[in-house]
Ligand binder design. Structure first.
Ligand SMILES: *Cc1c(COP(=O)(O)O)cnc(C)c1O
Length: 362
């Protein structure tokens, strides 16, 4: 095939968690729980819903390309200047903008071998090399990443907490790493799940900010706005300035902008979401322990666990029982599955069906 670029031929498509409606249709089910994509099972803030309804009347107009109000709200929240913030159509778009802004053909991107798949896919779409460094004990191995750096290295992605493992690298490790590498290498810390973290030694990257660091955050997870597509980057204003030239002019839609401004004000909703996850995490750990299931302790709203059977077989059995979980085939962890921590009822159903599958298997 000469019609398509070589780097595109070799791409594997991203396989998302199966949507609820599709699962209902395919298996003739009336009740389906989705615990596959780390979404917030409580929905989103009622304030965000109200704000969205109010903006519907203005959707004949283009959105505010500068995202003024949401930048102002974030700038107040974090006490940083607005020009250190860039909004994106989800952090997925910002990953693309970052690669396009900083990495030339012939240069390379480094990340872990078992991490958010978009880093690799988007690097390859942009025809730049993607180097994978193995995790160590399911955790990012910053020392090993440092050893892989060479004159071609331009960008490093660190998902912190990591998806799909739920592990994190602490402040001390991060500081040591940042001190030891060239300031010409851009280091992206993707903090999609930071709202759920309950560890005192988690790095506070917004304090003593370094000129080569970019922090990514999103409204898709704890804020419950995955369907709207909105995320943001915080970095030195010089880096943000260049990224701002690369992004699409109207990348964040009107409804997403209004909902995000309102969602940021709703501390009660975030607190509830966090408390639910922390409480339900304990419930799931206890059930896994009882069943003798090995799992990786997590600081996010999902748990990676190990099975005695192939993950595809397990996920398919779960689907038939109306519970969508994420098999780890794409991550080459054939005996692992990732489950999102949901509401009490969802988690209980997940465990109940899990037990039935194990019993059927014996
Ligand atoms: C879910 C997830 C994202 C995606 O965020 P969007 O803002 O929805 O594009 C980014 N990074 C990681 C590590 C994630 O798990």
């Amino acid at each position: 095939m000469n019609i398509v670029k070589k780097n595109v031929i070799n791409l594997k498509p991203y396989i998302p968690g199966k949507p609820i409606e599709e699962t209902k249709r395919e298996f003739s089910l009336s009740r389906v729980y989705k615990l596959a994509s780390n979404e917030n099972s409580l929905g989103c803030s009622p304030l965000a819903q109200k704000a969205m309804k109010e903006s519907i009347s203005s959707i004949n107009r283009y959105p505010d390309g500068a995202c003024f109000y949401i930048k102002r709200a974030l700038s107040k929240k974090f006490r940083i200047k607005s020009d250190r913030i860039l909004l994106g159509n989800g952090s997925d778009e910002l990953i693309d903008v970052i690669i396009k802004t900083f990495v030339k053909k012939g240069e390379s991107v480094i990340s872990a071998d078992c991490t958010f798949l978009e880093y690799e896919i988007i690097s390859k779409v942009n025809d730049v090399r993607f180097i994978k460094v193995p995790l160590k004990g399911f955790k990012y191995d910053l020392e090993a990443i440092k050893k892989k750096i060479n004159s071609k290295t331009k960008l490093i992605f660190i998902a912190n907490p990591n998806n799909p493992t739920g592990t994190y690298v602490n402040g001390q490790e991060v500081n040591r790493f940042l001190k030891s590498i060239s300031k010409e290498i851009v280091v992206v810390f993707d903090e999609a799940y930071i709202e759920y973290v309950d560890k005192k030694d988690f790095p506070d990257l917004l304090k003593n900010f370094q000129s080569n660091v970019i922090v990514l955050r999103t409204f898709s997870k704890a804020y419950g706005l995955a369907g709207l597509r909105i995320g943001y980057a915080i970095a030195d204003e010089v880096l943000i300035g260049y990224m701002n030239r690369v992004r699409q002019p109207f990348n964040v839609n009107t409804l997403a902008q209004s909902a995000a401004v309102a969602a940021l004000k709703d501390n009660v909703f975030i607190r509830k979401s966090r408390e639910l996850v922390l409480k339900q995490k304990k419930f799931l750990y206890k059930q896994f322990d009882k069943l003798g299931i090995e799992y990786i302790p997590t600081v996010a709203n999902f748990i990676l666990f190990r099975l005695g059977m192939d993950c595809l077989v397990f996920a398919r059995k779960m689907l038939k029982k109306g519970v969508i979980v994420r098999d780890m085939k794409q991550y080459e962890l054939d005996n692992y599955v990732r489950v999102t921590i949901g509401k009490e009822k969802e988690n209980m159903t997940f465990i109940k069906e899990f037990v039935r599958i194990i019993e059927e298997d014996i």
